[in-house]
Ligand binder design. Structure first.
Ligand code: KG4
Ligand code: ZN
Length: 343
């Protein structure tokens, strides 16, 4: 039997991602980003993202089919992210996917964006090793998941209660006068700084926070405020701000708390496997400290290639193919976009 040919559609944030898989094999991963349109606003603007998805949708599908060497008629199914994410952005993908599936007479599967970030490992390695803990860090979300089974058993252990990690990078970059997206900028500036020169707070990492149920949760808004205060008071004193030291201290605070909590989730659950996903996975210091701490704790660390870590359609197609492989029926056609969809 041939494996199902699945087209995956991802529009939960600012990337219009179209991926096509044949079972576990990736045929194409086409991404059209509206990042450039958000630069002058210093962050993703939902309205701008929705409009960009609408414009990119049909050309991206055409390009994906061309690259993969398949026709729409050959598809066995369509999969689409139904949440979580930006409501208007998700709606463009869901409406487009419904129209496409109906016009082609193909089954349609709604998939969860967070689970898809984990499922993408299938197209990289041909199988998914479970159970696993996943640390997902992007500009739109920040979570720790326990994945017993990618289709039937995904549990949210923790998440950010305010800003996403990538969003914190973007906001602090702005404070330091660096352009959007701030992650790569902060990271580059930090390379010339001293990580220990300024110690910024680690959100939600006290025993009291644990007792309040925040053991695996994150908070980055206090950290952002602390950086703003530091920059202000240095300015008031007439001191020159060493942006490299501030960037390095900020980056260390984010990376320290991300890695500490992910490693703790693995050791607490006894699941000594960790998968990193999301655009912040490109951060060199995060990769370095995570590798170091996983090594020390005996945790097997997986980081898919960066184009598969950032939001993309391949991850949606990969999860769709897995759902089909389990024999699940298509999603009831009245499903909608759900911006706060849980796992
Ligand atoms: O997953 P992603 O491509 O999409 C969205 O979340 O929209 O992640 C983008 C985020 C941005 O906030 C960006 O600043 C951050 O990931 N990012 C980084 C780095 N590269 C991208 N953050 C820290 N260090 C990096 N090297
Ligand atoms: Zn994402």
């Amino acid at each position: 039997t041939t494996e199902p040919l699945v087209l995956g559609i991802e529009t939960s944030c600012d990337e219009t991602g179209i991926g096509i898989v044949r079972g576990t094999r990736l045929l194409t991963n086409t991404v059209s980003s509206s990042m450039d349109a958000h630069v002058r606003f210093g962050g993703v603007v939902p309205e701008v993202a929705s409009r960009a998805h609408l414009e990119a949708f049909v050309p991206a599908i055409r390009q994906a089919c061309r690259t993969a060497g398949v026709t729409l008629a050959e598809l066995d199914a369509v999969a689409v992210t139904s949440g979580p994410g930006l409501a208007g952005a998700l709606m463009v993908g869901v409406a487009g996917a419904k129209g496409l599936a109906a016009a082609l007479g193909k089954p349609l599967y709604a998939v969860n964006h967070l689970a898809a970030h984990v499922a993408v490992d299938i197209v990289d390695r041909g199988r998914l090793e479970t159970p696993t803990i996943a640390l997902l860090v992007s500009g739109g979300h920040t979570e720790i998941l326990r994945v017993g089974d990618i289709v039937d058993d995904v549990e949210l252990l923790g998440r950010t209660i305010d800003d996403a990690a990538g969003e914190a990078f973007d906001k602090v970059a702005r404070l330091l006068g660096l352009p959007y997206p701030g992650g790569p900028q902060i990271s580059a500036a930090a390379r010339n700084g001293d990580r220990a020169a300024v110690r910024f707070p680690r959100g939600l990492s006290s025993k009291k926070d644990d007792a309040r149920g925040h053991r695996y949760d994150f908070s980055f808004s206090g950290l952002k405020t602390a950086v703003a205060r530091w920059v202000e008071s240095a300015g008031a004193r007439g001191d020159a701000i060493d942006a490299a030291d501030v960037a390095a201290g900020f980056e260390e605070a984010v990376v320290d708390v991300l890695t500490a909590k992910a490693v703790r989730a693995a050791t607490d659950t006894g699941i000594m496997r960790l998968l990193l996903g999301g655009g912040v996975a490109a951060n060199v210091r995060l990769r370095e400290l995570l590798a170091e701490r996983c090594d020390a704790a005996g945790i097997d660390l997986r980081i898919p290639p960066i184009p598969l870590c950032t939001d993309n359609g391949a991850m949606v197609a990969a999860l769709g193919a897995e759902v089909i492989r389990r024999g699940h029926p298509p999603t009831a056609s009245d499903f909608g976009a759900d911006s706060s969809l849980g796992v």
